[in-house]
Design a binder for this molecule. Structure first.
Ligand code: GLU
Length: 549
């Protein structure tokens, strides 16, 4: 391409590739240290898969003594949304995924390979586009969207592979004069890469997750610089991951088929390609079939869903690690007290190369374990923090009743031993507290009776009255239970469970039905944590008031 053409394409001065290389020296890291990055686009949506990718990359880098950085891929300016950057940074931060370099909540850079936002790297990309033009490895294309449409239709009709290649790459054969004429006429253009690939040949790609893949070479003259002067994803990937020294590109597998092109670009630019690790998108089961978690249809595709519901951050991290490497569960069993971030993550142990299944049952069981290990005060603080954002009236109630709520959360909480495992997420806690606040307890007598079927109202009343008469909060749990047993025996309820099982017809029920009467009347529920402790917290007056209906 003549200097005149090039200066019409790039009228402003650009740095030379050598100057850029000097600005971004090779990283001086110990042998085996991995450099990874997470590179979301600021679309205002934080996909739960980005947490998966971020965690995977961060662990791999830091466990190898390497560097993990955050890059903002905003070359598609049409999709950019205000506040999106902040969402990305805050999301990673919330889960303790710390980038060594990147951008902060304000969009300011930190790290020596800045800028980390692609739109601020325009000159850098253009310098390399210019260099490819000079070497005859790229060319301007003046095809309008309509021309490309017509071409695609012809290809469809004639049953040939779609794309800008071979004889369909019209602008590839423009003469310098034609190019000059178009540029001088102010015709809009993009820059395309001049591919030398042969689609009939295959190349072996070594993928760290998927293994060896034989993929056709790329013969498409892809756009590397768009009409707005910004690069396409492909070109920015090559330039940035080279200059920023990424050793392992870890990304969604929608990019697998582009690897032959990416390798071509690295070769054309005279660089060594990074290693690639492509993971499949998270899946979900629907009507017995697996499908990709969809941004449009599945609320849980967005990380904000987990914030609104109040899933503990550690629970989601543990769950993600479990999705990344199935051996996490064994590791957790053998290391119950270690920080989840100590779990060694490895590319070649990634579970489900075909796509990990996002399963709420598993997430919930992990979350229950996580919450069971927290102290009542820690749970209180976490719930308060959540409620302050998502349930203000509840936050006010919590703030006004700190000690009382901590006592409630402490029921059956025996850290290190068998602890209650009923809390999954902070959203659930409000309903667990209803019977501790008179104004929240709205269960009607009919509802209570329905829970106690088939006991007669008379039996219910007798049990309630007799217990009320003897209940004394200073008594220990054994004495407390002794009263319940006495009432049971007196009214024909079995206290010997074996005898009850052998001949249930001989009894009205068992001692546990008597306890259930008390539980339902006092709490409005048939399932609660330890009733003795609950009565202690409620206080004798409230217990007796609830028993006299
Ligand atoms: N911005 C790209 C995406 O969102 C990132 C892919 C990559 O990590 O290279 O798909």
């Amino acid at each position: 391409m003549t200097p005149e053409i090039i200066s019409l394409i790039f009228p402003n001065p650009l740095p030379t590739p050598a100057e850029i290389e000097a600005r971004y020296p090779r990283r001086n890291l110990p042998e085996g240290a991995k450099v990874t990055r997470v590179a979301p686009s600021p679309t205002g949506f934080m996909h739960v898969g980005t947490l998966y990718a971020g965690l995977l990359c961060e662990r791999v880098a830091h466990q190898s003594g390497g560097v993990f950085y955050l890059r903002v891929e905003d070359t598609d300016q049409k999709r950019k949304v205000d506040g999106a950057m902040e969402l990305i940074v805050k999301s990673l931060d919330r889960y303790g995924i710390r980038a060594d370099e990147g951008v902060d909540v304000n969009g300011d850079d930190f790290g020596s390979y800045a800028p980390y936002t692609q739109s601020a790297r325009r000159d850098i990309y253009q310098a390399y586009v210019k260099s490819l033009l000079e070497q005859g490895l790229a060319y301007p294309c003046f095809c309008a969207a309509e021309d490309l449409d017509i071409m695609r239709k012809i290809q469809e009709k004639t049953g040939v592979r779609p794309g800008y290649y071979g004889k369909y790459a019209k602008c590839r054969s423009l003469t310098d004069d034609q190019i000059l004429e178009n540029l001088k006429a102010g015709k809009p253009f993009v820059i395309r890469f001049k591919s030398s690939g042969d689609n009939n040949k295959r190349m072996i790609i070594k993928d760290l997750i998927k293994g060896d893949l034989a993929l056709p070479e790329n013969d498409i003259d892809v756009v590397i610089m768009k009409g707005d002067g910004l690069p396409t994803y492909h070109f920015a990937h090559a330039v940035d991951d080279h200059l920023m020294g990424t050793t392992h590109v870890t990304r969604g597998d929608e990019w697998v088929s582009s690897v032959p092109l990416h390798i071509q670009l690295f070769v054309a630019l005279g660089w060594k390609a990074p290693k690639y690790a492509h993971f499949a998108p998270l899946q979900k089961t629907e009507n017995g079939n697996k499908r990709k978690l969809s941004k449009r249809h599945d609320p849980e595709a967005s990380l904000t869903y987990f914030w609104e519901k109040g899933y503990p951050e550690v629970a989601l991290i543990e769950y993600m690690l479990n999705l990344i490497n199935a051996s996490f569960e064994d590791w957790r069993r053998n290391n119950p007290d270690k920080n989840a971030f100590d779990f060694p993550v490895n590319f070649n142990k990634i579970s489900n190369a075909a796509g990990a299944l996002f399963d709420f049952v598993k997430l919930h069981s992990i979350s229950k374990e996580v919450v069971a290990k927290m102290t009542a005060a820690e749970v209180y603080e976490a719930v308060l923090k959540w409620a302050s954002e998502y349930n203000k009236p509840f936050a006010e109630r919590l703030a006004a009743n700190r000690e009382y709520v901590i006592r409630i959360l402490n029921v059956e909480r025996h850290i290190g031993k068998k602890s209650r495992k009923d809390i999954v997420k902070w959203e659930d806690v409000e309903s667990d507290l209803t019977y501790f606040f008179d104004d929240l307890l709205t269960t009607t007598l009919e509802e209570k009776q329905a829970l106690l079927k088939p006991l007669s109202e008379n039996d219910i009343r007798l049990i309630a009255d007799e217990f009320s008469a003897v209940y004394h909060p200073a008594e220990d749990k054994d004495t407390w239970f002794g009263h319940i047993k006495t009432i049971a025996e007196k009214h024909g309820f079995a206290t010997d469970m074996k005898a009850f099982k052998e001949n249930p017809a001989a009894f009205k029920g068992s001692v546990s039905d008597v306890a259930k009467v008390l539980r339902v009347l006092v709490t409005g529920r048939d399932k609660t944590p330890d009733l003795y402790e609950i009565m202690q917290i409620l206080g004798v007056d409230r217990v007796k008031a609830r028993l006299s209906f």
